[in-house]
Each structure stands twice: as C-alpha cells, then as structure tokens.
Design a protein around this ligand. Structure first.
Ligand code: ARG
Length: 457
C-alpha cells in the first residue's frame, strides 16, 4: 500500500520501489516508531483532535502490532515503503477507520526525525553501559597491578619504567572521555521534533510540549524546518563512535604486540584467540585484529553522513534516508567491539615477570641513573654523558645497568656509591614519581579513588 497513492495514476515500477524503499533497514526502529505514535495520539486526544475512543483503539492496535512483531507473528512484508507505512497500514487493517486518524497533524518527515532520535538516544544509553563495563574491568586490573613494573614506551622504544596500573589508567582516561562525549551529545539532541509536520508545522492545535514530555525530551524543537532536516546529532554520534573505535584500535594494537612471541607480556585466553589451519604452533589474536580492522567502517560511516548532508537544501530531502544503514552498522560494530574487547581483556593474563624483566633490560632506568649523579653534584649534561657510557658498556656485555658490579660503575665514574643499586631499582624509579598523574603508588591510589567515584556517579 502507498500512503501517497491518491495523487498517482501509474503503478510504481518495481525497480523504483526497490531503490526507494527503506523498510528493509528502518524496520530496526519499529519499537521507536510505535512509541512515537502512541505519544502522538495521546496528545491528539488530549487536545480533542481525535476522540478518546479512537485513541484507545489506536493504542491497543499499536500495542498489538508491537507484540506481534516481537513474537515473530507479524512479518515485514515487502510491499511497504518504510516502517512508518508498514505500521500504519497494519493498524488500519486491524482497527479500521480509527487507524486512519493516527497520522493527523504529522508527516513522515517529523516522524522519521523522531524515530531516528529515539533510536540514537536508546543506543547511546546502551553504549554507555558497555563503556562503563569496560572501565570497571580496567579499574580492576589497575587495582591489582600497582606494583607490576613494565617499560613505558615512546616511539615504541623502551623509555622509562611505569606500572601496568598506570598503562591501563591511560585507557581509562580515553574511555571515560568517550562516555562524556556521549552524554554531551545526548543532552544536546534531547529535543522533540514531532509536531514539525512536513516542514512548516501544522494547522492543528498540537501540544508539542506535552508530546515532548511523554517521550522523555527536555522540550520541543524550536524551528520546524531544522527539526525535519537536522542530522547533526547523527554526525556527532558517529564522530564519538569513531573516537571510541580509534581508542579500541590503539589498545588492540598494543595487545597484538604484547601477545607476540617477541614480547610475551600477555597471554590471550584460548576462547579469544584462534589457531592456524596450517601452522600448529600459532595462537592468533583475531579478536583484537578484528576490532582494529573494524575501525575503518566506523570512520567510513562518519565520512558518508558528512558527505550526504553537505548538499541538502532546507528542509527534508530523501538523501537523508541514507543516514540509517551506516549509522546502524557503526553502532552495532562499536557495541560488538566493546563487548568482545571487554571479554578479551577480562580473560587475558599478564606475564608480570616478563614485563619487569623487559623494563630492566631496556635501560628504562637510565634517566634515574643520571638523576642519581645530578643528586651528587654532577651537572645534568655531564651525567647524561656518563650514563651513555654505562649503557654502551652494558650493551657490549649484554647485561642490564642493575647487573654491573660496583667496580665497573666506579671505573666509569667515581661518584657512584653502593646506593646506586637502590636508586635505579624499578621500584625506586616508579615510586619516586608521585606527582598526580604519575605512576608512583601514592599518586595512583589517589587517582583510583577519583575513578571509583566517577563510576559511582
Ligand atoms: N524513509 C524516509 C526516510 O528515512 C522517511 C521519510 C519519508 N518522507 C518523505 N517525504 N518521503 O527518510
């Protein structure tokens, strides 16, 4: 059935129908479409635009449609153009005349604007739950690894010792900002477009404030032309999703490196890795690789919607129907990635001794050795040169700074005393860094307390 059949004389060409239809994908927000219609008719009845009796029949019909879709009793048949037409046609089939009054004072333009907002808002809430779960997992790892020493890197070169807690804390910051971004978007988008009509409002005495409050919005949108053609929140959401995907991708990259034979910092659980069909020795980090790889399609969705929107004159144009598939895909991709990644993280084991040995063998305490000399009156530039000689000596002998004998230290600089060993131990190197934000336990404990409060809020 066509909602707009009256004006047309020829049957729609099948190819045109296939190209034009959106039911195959906008069926995804059948629930939001029905919720919006129930609010709309509730408002129509309050305003005396439809009778109480018709309202009851319409709501009962809509609830029946919802239940039947969820029970798999009602199929999305292909002849309908979109979810809006599908629901309305079904309603009329079920309850007759009264069903024809539902679309009073409404257009599919404000209807789809509402559905898309409701859908995105629901998904933002689900994404927030997933992000919170990941943050809780990270916090758990942090609390258990305040003194798990590991090399911190710059340029992927071992730089200075940090702890696993500190390293995980960096990701806590990233995903916590992601939550903040989503909540900013949710706040900004939370106005109700319903009642904007096709573009210029309607002639019916609608109570838009009331509809907005029924649907949990802060109020109605204030310009009907913008209401039906605003997809800024979709762009913002896809941008936030792209940032989440980028964070997950960086983290995946590290786990892939850490899981490699060369590093062995972590061991992935069998459930989150796969074998090779030909090389029996392999255990591949497929999940981390897929999460990293899926970043591309999320970025792609953002580029697509920006491109779709750039040429659209006010108000609604059909181009905007292109917002759906890519948004749905990006949301599902990021939700799947977050869930899988959290599972992988919670089952992964950390090889603490390997991490600590790696920090020692990479001269990550060289800066601290120089600081030791500075503490004994050597100018920093000279200290830097002396420690450079120590490092060269160690590389030749294939040992760490900590493995040098006192005589060997003295031979390079007489300033060294036996307390050098204590000064360059991993523990000292980390524990002296206690300014807020640094890896020392004292600082980390303060930060963890702040994170705990954040998660409670
Ligand atoms: N399927 C359309 C969309 O997703 C619904 C709005 C259609 N409005 C119209 N005037 N053709 O954008």
């Amino acid at each position: 059935m066509k909602l707009w059949g009256g004006r047309f004389t020829k049957e729609e060409n099948q190819l045109v129908h296939n190209f034009n239809e959106s039911l195959s994908f906008d069926r995804k927000f059948y629930r939001q479409d029905i919720t919006g219609s129930i609010a709309h008719v509730t408002m129509l009845a309050k305003q005396g635009i439809v009778s109480e009796e018709d309202k009851r029949a319409i709501i009962e019909g809509l609830e029946g449609i919802l239940a039947d879709i969820e029970d798999g009793k009602l199929e999305f048949t292909k002849e309908h153009e979109d979810i809006h037409s599908f629901v309305e046609a079904n309603l009329i089939q079920r309850i007759g005349e009264a069903g024809k009054r539902l679309h009073t004072g409404r257009s599919r333009n404000d209807q789809v604007a509402l559905d898309m907002k409701l859908y995105c808002r629901d998904e933002i809430d689900e994404l927030d739950v997933l992000l919170k779960g990941l943050l809780e997992e990270l916090l758990g790892i942090m609390e258990k690894n305040l003194d798990t020493y590991m090399p911190g890197f710059t340029h992927l070169q071992k730089a200075q010792p940090v702890t696993l807690a500190h390293h995980m804390g960096a990701y806590f910051e990233m995903f916590s900002r992601d939550r903040g971004r989503l909540s900013d978007i949710r706040r900004r988008m939370n106005t109700c477009p319903l009642g904007s009509g096709a573009l210029a409002g309607t002639t019916y005495p609608l109570d838009r404030e009331y509809t907005a409050s029924l649907l949990g919005f802060d109020g109605p949108t204030l310009n009907s032309m913008d209401s039906v053609s605003d997809r800024d929140y979709v762009i913002e959401l896809l941008s936030a999703l792209s940032t989440i995907a980028m964070h997950l991708s960086r983290f995946s990259e590290e786990i892939i490196i850490w899981n490699s034979n060369e590093y062995r910092f972590v061991e992935l659980d069998d459930a989150y890795s796969t074998g090779s069909s030909i090389m029996p020795q392999k255990k591949n980090p497929d999940i981390a690789e897929l999460v990293r790889g899926k970043t591309g399609r999320v970025y792609g969705a953002l580029m697509s919607i920006l491109t779709v929107m750039k040429g659209i004159p006010l108000a609604y144009d059909k181009d905007m129907q292109e917002d759906k598939e890519l948004t749905f895909d990006a949301i599902d991709t990021v939700k799947g990635s977050l869930a899988l990644f959290t599972g992988m993280l919670s089952t992964m084991s950390f090889q603490k001794d390997v991490m600590e040995a790696s920090a020692k063998n990479g001269f990550t305490n060289a800066t601290d050795a120089a600081d030791y000399l500075v503490g004994r009156g050597v100018p920093f530039r000279d200290a830097h040169g002396i420690v450079g000689q120590l490092v060269l000596f160690c590389i030749e002998k294939g040992i760490a700074l900590d493995d040098m004998s006192m005589e060997e230290f003295k031979a390079i600089s007489p300033v060294f005393e036996p307390d050098i060993y204590e000064a360059i131990s991993m523990k000292t190197c980390v524990e002296k860094r206690i300014t807020i934000g640094a890896p020392g336990q004292e600082a980390m404990k303060k930060v963890i307390a702040i994170y705990k409060e954040q998660l409670k809020a």
